[in-house]
Design a protein around this ligand. Structure first.
Ligand code: ATP
Length: 237
């Protein structure tokens, strides 16, 4: 059974069809990336999975349970964490309070252990734990958003454009941590990313979304070797 199984999903903004029959699967332990240009439908796909938008057609199964049409908080409670584009940390709460907010579906003493686990991956968050999140740099806010997602002990983490607005160096750093979280903590991830190069060196498999349709799918190795991917996404001649 797949962690996520999306079949023929169609999602609209009014009369505009943003997803045109999207199908994809994510297996336990995988990092799967969705590549696509601006406006391809990547964010719409993430919102459709997390219940912020309802598809008109198709189905979405999460660990064997149908979730399309469910309320977002119910989907979160089932173990899906969405780290949205633009991070959206709580600026007036401290870093540690933000992390605790990520565990709101849970209770118990092990929350402290998970905060320490997050700090072990992002030591800068520990250093600044008592400061308001609004004062963090863009990269640190991205770290906090990922950390907050981890606090829910998700069965699947959706990451929407983690590199947005970050320098190449910081992007490399964030993706190295994403990879470590996957190998060391076993976190399954679905990753939307415009930086195809870094995404195709981090994920196991990928899908290419163009104008609301999946036009290519394969292992990251296969995708990196494709002439079309090299020309349109990796910028090679
Ligand atoms: P980006 O990388 O720029 O965020 P994206 O791949 O995430 O792009 P979406 O934001 O999902 O793309 O947009 C998919 C399509 O839906 C686009 O054609 C866009 O113009 C359209 N769209 C997005 N949001 C709305 C909206 N609120 N109302 C109408 N159309 C929208």
């Amino acid at each position: 059974m797949s962690v996520l199984d999306i079949r023929n999903v169609e999602t609209f903004y009014g009369a505009i069809m943003a997803l045109r029959g999207v199908s994809l699967t994510v297996e336990q332990g995988e990092i799967v990336t969705i590549l696509g240009a601006n406006g391809a439908g990547k964010t719409t796909l993430m919102k459709t999975i997390s219940g912020l938008m309802d598809p008109e057609k198709g189905s979405i199964d999460f660990n064997g349970v149908r979730i399309d049409g469910m309320e977002p908080d119910k989907i979160v409670a089932m173990g899906l964490a969405h780290v949205p584009e633009g991070r959206e940390v709580f600026p007036y709460l401290t870093i540690e309070e933000n992390l605790r907010m990520g565990a709101y579906t849970r209770r118990g003493a092990d929350i402290r252990d998970d905060i320490d686990m997050v700090y072990s991956y992002f030591p800068i968050l520990k250093e600044r734990r008592a400061q308001s999140a609004g004062f963090l740099s863009g990269g640190q806010q991205q770290m906090l958003a990922i950390g907050r997602g981890l606090m829910a002990r998700p069965k699947l983490m959706l990451l929407d454009e983690p590199s947005l607005g970050l320098s190449p160096l910081l992007t490399q750093e964030i993706f190295a941590i994403i990879k470590r979280l996957n190998t060391e903590q076993g976190v399954t991830m679905l990753l939307v990313e415009q930086n195809a190069n870094v995404a195709l060196h981090t994920a196991h498999k990928g899908y290419v979304l163009e104008m609301g349709r999946i036009v290519m799918a394969g292992s990251c190795e296969e995708l990196r070797a494709s002439d079309d991917i090299q020309e349109f996404y990796l910028g090679r001649q």
